[in-house]
Design a protein around this ligand. Structure first.
Ligand code: FAD
Length: 429
């Protein structure tokens, strides 16, 4: 037990982002005795809170780790059953927020402290290419807090800052639609709660929904529910790829809630008499916000023609991409397609192809996939998948286990193995 808690003693681990994966990574590091600091630009699990009204596809058993469970139980907290189906907010309240105040993490999470960028001591990006010399200097972290800016130092940096706050552009081909930059403050880029907190903005309105993933499907189903309540609500759902249904179902989907959502969205799209009109193979090329009318004029391009439509609300559920500002000064090799770290992106590409595109079947990619040219800097969680939306929490938990195998050099280390539970007693707590 003593040994476990001293494996990383004296090493300073900085975690960027107190989301679900940042919290698990910080807990793992603290359990190994590292000196941990978590920089969170907003509040704990802010992204999950933002989509808190949405039910998770995965049951609670897949949304937490053995280490997290043991830590909470040691602190006297009881947890939901493994098969519990929770919304984002229920999961945050039952697991993520309590975890953040358990003894290993208490006091180490700095909320309201955005990490602006990371450098390597006095080295420039181009210094010491491939010769191992960069490890000789600690990371230099530029932190912004209410008290002002400061530098912190760390020996290891784990970038768990997610992608949720960096939505893609709505425009055709990912290029901003003409006028989109100006209209951006009025466009909703997240799967917002149209049937709950935001209901008043959407009920009885003409709504343009753009996107062909599960977030768009969630929004489409919720908007269709509003249309049943108030027949003045009209929904135009535009997806990019021409195909038979908006959401291609995953064969024998292991996640029943995901399969149900796909089926419900596809059914709505196939009903010509419904309030929802689905347009496949379309894209937005221009958008203008008309403040006096509280509406938008939008140019909608299809293979046949471009037509102008007027709508009251625009929801773009078109995915997210990583913000590289955090590591622009470091030696990170990004994938030219997904913008994830290169080794991981390549491993993910071949694993996804082998799994037939089902993220549940994409197995562990192994510790080496996490390594970057910059020693001791790792990108974990949703951000590690870049623009690829297949990331699931289970993938992040595996990454956390794997990254500490790399950091400690112990390829067998596994605090998530059931047998490891006896190891979790703290010498000091
Ligand atoms: C609507 C939705 C539903 C999902 N449902 C599931 C599901 O059912 N099952 C599943 O396995 N996965 C699901 N996912 C995918 C994934 O598990 C989540 O996106 C998850 O929140 C990713 O965790 P993360 O910690 O990597 O990133 P995030 O949750 O995005 O956390 C990142 C954190 O970093 C902070 N941050 C960002 N930039 C900085 C900075 N510069 N400095 C300091 N802090 C910063 C943010 O404020 C945030 O708190 C879902 C995703 C979405 C969007």
């Amino acid at each position: 037990m003593q040994t476990l808690h001293h494996i990383l003693a004296g090493r300073r681990v900085a975690v960027i982002g107190a989301g679900p994966i940042g919290l698990e990574a910080a807990l793992y590091a603290a359990t190994l005795g590292a000196s941990v600091r978590v920089y969170e630009r907003g509040t704990i699990a802010a992204s999950v809170g933002d989509w808190g009204h949405i039910p998770l596809f995965t049951a609670f058993g897949l949304n937490h780790t053995v280490l997290g469970r043991r830590t909470l139980e040691a602190a006297g907290r009881s947890l939901p059953d493994d098969d519990a189906a929770l919304t984002g907010e229920q999961w945050r309240a039952a697991y993520l927020l309590p975890l953040a105040v358990t003894p290993p993490l208490e006091g180490s999470i700095l909320e309201g402290s955005p990490l602006v960028t990371v450098g390597r001591g006095e080295l420039l990006k181009g210094d010491h290419i491939g010769d191992g010399g960069r490890s000789s200097q600690p990371f230099r972290l530029l932190v912004r807090s209410p008290a002002g800016e400061r530098y912190d130092e760390a020996d290891v940096v784990l970038d768990c800052s997610g992608t949720y706050m960096n939505p893609n552009w709505l425009g055709l081909g990912g290029v901003p639609a003409l006028g989109e930059a100006a209209a951006r403050p009025h466009i909703d880029y997240h799967p917002i709660d149209v049937a709950g907190t935001e209901r008043g903005r959407f009920v009885g309105r003409r709504v343009l929904l753009v996107g062909g993933g599960y977030s768009a499907a969630t929004t489409a189903v919720a908007l269709a529910g509003l249309a049943l309540e108030d027949a003045r609500t009209e929904v135009l759902w535009v997806t990019r790829v021409p195909r038979e249904v908006p959401i291609t179902p995953i064969e024998a989907d292991a996640l029943p809630r995901r399969a149900e959502l796909a089926a419900a969205a596809n059914l709505l799209a196939s009903d010509p008499a419904g309030q929802l009109t689905w347009l496949a193979g379309g894209g937005i090329t221009a958008i203008e916000w008309l403040p006096d009318a509280d509406a938008f004029e939008v140019d909608l391009q299809t293979a046949a023609a471009t037509k102008r439509v007027t709508v009251d609300r625009v929801i773009a559920n078109v995915g997210y991409e990583p913000d590289d500002a955090l590591y622009r000064g470091l030696q990170i090799h990004e994938c030219y397609a997904s913008r994830g770290p290169m080794k991981l992106a390549a491993a993910l590409l071949s694993a996804t192809a082998a799994a037939g595109g089902d993220c549940m079947k994409v197995g562990g990619l192994g510790p080496e996939a996490l390594a970057n040219p910059e020693p001791d800097f790792f990108i974990l969680g949703a951000k590690s998948y870049g623009r690829n939306s297949l990331f699931l929490l289970g993938n992040g938990h595996e990454q956390v286990r794997d990254v500490f195998r790399l950091i400690t050099g112990d390829r067998e280390l596994d605090l998530y193995a059931a047998a490891g539970e006896a190891l979790l007693a703290y010498p000091d707590g």
